[in-house]
Design a protein around this ligand. Structure first.
Ligand code: URA
Ligand code: SF4
Length: 212
């Protein structure tokens, strides 16, 4: 695989201590793939160590890259509203991403989101695995296909398997998972936006029933 030797993956950057704060501190200087070079900063997961629910997104966007926290931009606003509408607001929740650096291309002054490549996802997976190992939540919700593939591999399909409890082996052991669409897909749904949003909330209600 070209570039493998230049980009060894996150493994060698993992700290000995696996507390969330030790992981976060170590991830700040990760150079496990090429994405660290152009992004502003590592955007690590956020939420309490007692979280019982983990939400996994794709990668930080423009706003997250600037602010250093996950889901604080437009997709985050959709997610926040949907969590409230699904009754998840009071469930201690940790929010993170499959890839911790923003992948983009420049177009003039703008930075345009690029889907992370499989190599980025696998390079970054030690961070996600470590977060899940440390938290061992009751439920993991994958938001969109990048997160779904990162956590559950190729056997689970978002549109086929969304909104139902899946018992699966993952890289961090057997657990319960729910997959659903990425909240940014609702922003792109045009005239179907209301239906797309309602379906997203319905999936999150399945998650709420599993952790309540
Ligand atoms: N999209 C994601 O997948 N994650 C974020 O943190 C923001 C937007
Ligand atoms: Fe490390 Fe992940 Fe950032 Fe790549 S995207 S440099 S593996 S934290």
């Amino acid at each position: 695989m070209p570039g493998r030797s230049r980009h060894p993956g996150a493994e060698e950057f993992l700290p000995e201590s696996r507390t969330l704060s030790a992981l976060r501190d170590a991830a700040a200087s990760c150079q496990g793939c090429d994405l660290y070079a152009d992004a502003t900063q590592t955007v690590f997961g956020a939420g309490p160590a007692r979280a019982r629910l983990v939400l996994v997104g794709e990668q930080p966007g423009e706003v997250e890259d600037t602010e250093g926290a996950p889901f604080v931009g437009p997709a985050g606003r959709v997610l926040e509203r949907a969590r409230a509408d699904a009754g998840l607001t009071d469930i201690p929740t940790y929010v993170t991403n499959a890839v911790k650096h923003f992948h983009f291309r420049r177009q003039g002054k703008r930075r345009i989101h690029q889907t992370p490549r499989a190599g980025h996802v696998s390079a970054c997976r030690p961070w996600l695995d470590a977060e899940l190992e440390t938290l061992h939540p009751d439920l993991v919700v994958c938001l969109g296909s990048v997160a779904t593939k990162a956590v559950l591999g190729n056997d689970v399909r978002v549109l086929r398997d969304r909104g139902t409890a899946l018992e699966r082996d993952s890289t961090v052991g057997t657990g319960t998972f729910v997959v659903t669409v990425h909240p940014s897909s609702i922003l792109r749904a045009g005239a179907d936006r209301d239906a797309a949003y309602a379906a997203f909330v319905a999936d999150l209600k399945v998650a709420a029933a599993l952790v309540s």
